[in-house]
Every structure is written in structure tokens, then in C-alpha cells.
Design a protein around this ligand. Structure first.
Ligand code: URQ
Ligand code: ZN
Ligand code: ZN
Length: 480
């Protein structure tokens, strides 16, 4: 099936140009003026619209088993909601439990993701360590297209990776040419503060942010950065929420260390006043980690995104409905952590980024798609509008508006953290693998057509580094 997207302006991370786009067989085959399309091609009128790469959300948790329950959004409904909002690929997480076999966990998650409606990939979490994990990391990089390993520095007693796990895993990742990613919160401090708050009788959702202040995130971000520096492995810090972690990343990047940072759409726009809401369900619905912060952190996050100190945006889409959140009714530490957003990320980034002059259109494409593709080594297959790239495309109408609401969203969650927000500039058509998956306000997704996307390791990077370090090695002295 061929598509002919006519009359639009192609906008990528690098350029904006008036051009038609022709796709065939799931690939972009031509980008240019006044193109001839194959016979029978379906024509999409993109007049007055931008034609951009489909979004990549590098941080989701579809149907995640967590804190005694399972996230309410599954891989089919989640990739459908993503497509409705212009996102055509997610990178989710395999998260083995303590001592759970890594390869078995990987196969389990692969099974769950079979129902996806759009393309997906997996970061694999290293939550414990022994020789089997050391071996599994090689199997995953060489046989399963995994090039990123996640480490939760929070969640003590569950999936928390201590320094021993971090050092072993970072070392192994470097040997294999993979990148390390971290959830940077000091889990020991969180646990300590949680116990203190409960002992004082603070059991409601207002206790959640008090148990995870910015310093707890800043310490962990800096520790992960320093460990990565000593081991010389690239590092990606997920969901930076505050000045403290941004400072740590900025310092490292200014010194030339290969550190990348992600920010969630939620942390850019929602502040910690949500936890003071007298409605327990509303406040609990916003319990996620790191928590939403005082407003001044949002300015730091936007500045870092504009300055290129943070490179990607994500959602950490991990949905729990009211009955699930109520598991923590008498103890905030038992409220399943997570919120939604996969359908709204691009809309809120365009409205509060591009419309408000914080981001150019090209920077918008970078932070919603191209940078994630580059960092996780699938560019330009993903994240570009160019001949040979996958036909993952959004037709974006800068004048069309929507009001975000749980009553109209396609996400399987009973609250929307952006409820009532009016946004101008949305996708009117989403194309995935060369097929229309959203148009006229309705999804047209098909269960199970999503593909697992292999992400090659960065061996060339390491080879280059190795060659460079060999070059400076002292020459062996000729024995005469
Ligand atoms: O920590 C994460 O990223 C997962 C468990 C989702 N929950 C959250 O609160 N961020
Ligand atoms: Zn996290
Ligand atoms: Zn997460």
C-alpha cells in the first residue's frame, strides 16, 4: 500500500522544507516537490500542515506488574493511545524481579508486547547481579538487539540496584558497547524519610514528595554520573524532575562526559500543589517518582531542554486507576507509583514549547523523536523523514486545537494529569509502518502489527575510544 502525503512542509530535527512525501511498503521512498506517486496510492492532503517524524516515547511501562498490582494500560491500548497523540514508537522496560532470570523476564515481556499496534523496543533493567546476569547482558546485546540497560537506584527492597550492581553492570555494558540508564533517586534516603514521615502520622499522598526531595534525586544523579565517568560508559538519566539533577548533568556535559538527560512532559507542566488537593483520589493519582516539584524547577527543566542539556522528552506512562491507587489509602508508601501521558506528550510539548517560543519546530522534532532515535541508535530508520526511513509520520495541523480530558482520551486510566488543558497544534493524521493508524479523530490501529525494533550496540564508539587510548599507550621499549 502506498501513500502520497501532498502539499505539506516537511519538518525534521535538521530542516524545514516544502515537500511531498511518498511511502511504499512501510518505508519512505521519496521526499520532494511535485512527486509522482505509485498508481493507487492513497492521497493525504497535508496543505497548511507540517509533516514530521512520528514521536518516539523512550520511557513507558505498559501492563507493568508493580507494587502488588499491574498497570492498567496494556501494549495494545497503550500503543493505540500513543498513535492518537502522534507517537509511533515506544521504548518500554523489561524489569526482572530480585533474582529473577533476566532472559526469562525478557521473553515474558516480549510475549506481552506481541499485542502492540505500533513499533516498540525494550530497555532491560539490571536489578541484581551474578554471573548469569553478566552472561545474559551479552546474549541480549548480541542476539536480541538490546543496547540499553536500566538501573533503578530507588525502590529499596524491590528492584533497587545498589552500587555493587551499578559498578558491575556499568562495566559489563561498556564491554558490550551498550548505554546505561538510571532512575536516579537514593532509595536508602527515600526509605529513611518514608519511615520518619509514617512515624509522625503522615500517611496521605502529601507525604510522597516529602519523602523524595530534590536532594535525593540530585545525589543519585551525581553518583550515577560519577560511576559512569570512572567506568567510561555512556549514561542516560531518565525523568529528570528538578534543578539538582539538571545541575549534575550540566556539569558532566560541560566537561565532555557522554551523559544524556530525559524530561517528562508532566514534570515540565505540573507542580507539587497537586499533593495538597483535599481530594485523596486526585492527590494519589499524581503519586509518581520522582514526584511533581515546586514550580521553579519547571523553569530549570525548560531551560535545560532549550539549551540541549536535556535531550529527550518522555512520559513514563505507567497507569494505575483509583481502586489501584487506593491500595495506599492508609499508607502513601503503598500507593502504586505512576501516571499516564503517552497520548498527550507531543501536544503539550508543541503548545507549551513551540507556541510559547521555547522550542523551534526542529527542536520539537529533536526532543520528541530524533534525539531518542540517535541516542538509542535507531536513527535515521526512526526519527527522520527521508528516503529509506520507516514510514512513521505525523501530519500536524498547527491551528487545530483539543482540550485534554479523561472523558475523551484513549488512555486506559481514569484521570488525566493534563485535565482541561487546551492545546493548539495537534496531529490530524498518524502513519505507522506506512499505514494510517489515526485520522479524523479516531484510531485505526490493528492489534499485533507492532514490531520489536532491534537497537544495535555502539561498538564503533568503543572501538574508536579503544583505538584512541591505544594511540596514547606507551610504546614498548625495543630490547637491544
Ligand atoms: O519508576 C518508574 O519509572 C516506574 C516504576 C513508573 N513509576 C513512576 O512513578 N515513575
Ligand atoms: Zn523511574
Ligand atoms: Zn519509568
Amino acid at each position: 500500500m502506498a501513500l502520497h502525503i501532498k502539499g505539506g512542509t516537511v519538518v525534521t530535527a535538521e530542516r524545514s522544507v516544502r515537500a511531498d512525501v511518498v511511502t511504499e511498503g512501510g518505508k519512505i521512498v521519496a521526499v520532494g516537490e511535485r512527486l509522482e506517486a505509485p498508481k493507487g496510492a492513497e492521497v493525504i492532503d497535508a496543505g497548511g500542515c507540517y509533516v514530521m517524524p512520528g514521536g518516539i516515547d523512550p520511557h513507558t511501562h505498559m501492563e507493568l506488574p508493580f507494587m502488588g498490582t499491574v498497570a492498567s494500560e496494556d501494549f495494545f491500548s497503550g500503543t493505540t493511545a500513543a498513535a492518537c497523540g502522534g507517537t509511533t514508537m515506544i521504548i518500554d522496560f523489561v524489569i526482572p524481579g530480585p533474582r529473577e532470570d533476566i532472559m526469562e523476564a525478557y521473553q515474558t515481556w516480549r510475549g506481552w508486547a506481541e499485542k502492540s499496534a505500533a513499533d516498540y523496543s525494550f530497555h532491560v533493567a539490571i536489578t541484581w547481579w551474578d554471573d548469569s546476569v553478566h552472561k545474559a547482558m551479552e546474549t541480549l546485546t548480541t542476539k536480541h538487539g538490546v543496547n540499553s540497560f536500566k538501573h533503578f537506584m530507588a525502590y529499596k527492597g524491590a528492584i533497587m540496584a545498589d552500587d555493587e550492581v551499578l559498578v558491575n553492570s556499568f562495566t559489563r555494558a561498556r564491554e558490550l558497547g551498550a548505554i546505561c540508564t538510571v532512575h536516579a533517586e537514593n532509595g536508602e534516603l527515600v526509605f529513611h524519610l518514608q519511615q520518619e514521615l509514617l512515624a509522625k502520622g503522615i500517611t496521605g499522598p502529601e507525604g510522597h514528595p516529602l519523602s523524595r526531595p530534590p536532594a535525593v534525586e540530585g545525589e543519585a544523579a551525581n553518583r550515577a554520573i560519577r560511576i559512569a565517568q570512572v567506568i567510561d560508559v555512556p549514561l542516560y538519566v531518565v525523568h529528570n524532575s528538578c534543578e539538582d539533577s539538571v545541575e549534575a548533568i550540566t556539569r558532566a556535559r560541560n566537561e565532555g562526559q557522554r551523559v544524556f538527560g530525559e524530561v517528562l512532559a508532566g514534570h515540565l507542566l505540573i507542580d507539587d500543589s497537586v499533593y495538597q488537593n483535599p481530594d485523596w483520589e486526585f492527590a494519589a493519582a499524581h503519586v509518581m517518582s520522582p514526584p511533581f516539584r515546586p514550580k521553579h524547577h519547571q523553569r530549570a527543566l525548560w531551560r535545560a531542554l532549550q539549551a540541549g542539556m536535556l535531550q529527550t522528552t518522555a512520559t513514563d506512562h505507567c497507569c494505575f486507576c483509583a481502586p489501584q491507587k487506593a491500595m495506599g489509602k492508609d499508607d502513601f508508601t503503598l500507593i502504586p507509583n505512576g501516571t499516564g501521558g503517552v497520548e498527550d506528550r507531543m501536544h503539550v510539548l508543541w503548545h507549551h514549547g513551540v507556541n510559547k517560543g521555547r522550542l523551534t519546530m526542529n527542536e520539537f522534532v529533536a526532543v520528541t523523536s530524533a534525539s531518542a532515535a540517535k541516542i538509542f541508535n535507531i536513527y535515521p530508520r526512526k526519527g527522520d523523514i527521508a528516503a529509506g526511513s520507516d514510514a512513521d509520520i505525523v501530519v500536524w495541523d498547527p491551528e487545530k486545537s483539543r482540550t485534554i480530558s479523561k472523558d475523551t482520551h484513549h488512555q486506559n486510566i481514569d484521570l488525566n494529569i493534563f485535565e482541561g488543558m487546551e492545546v493548539r497544534g495537534i496531529n490530524v493524521v498518524t502513519v505507522s509502518q506506512g499505514k494510517i493508524v489515526f485520522m479524523d479523530g479516531e484510531p485505526r490501529t490493528e492489534r499485533g502489527v507492532g514490531r520489536y525494533i532491534d537497537r544495535p550496540t555502539y561498538a564503533p564508539y568503543y572501538d574508536a575510544i579503544q583505538k584512541r587510548s591505544d594511540m596514547h599507550a606507551p610504546k614498548a621499549v625495543e630490547r637491544v
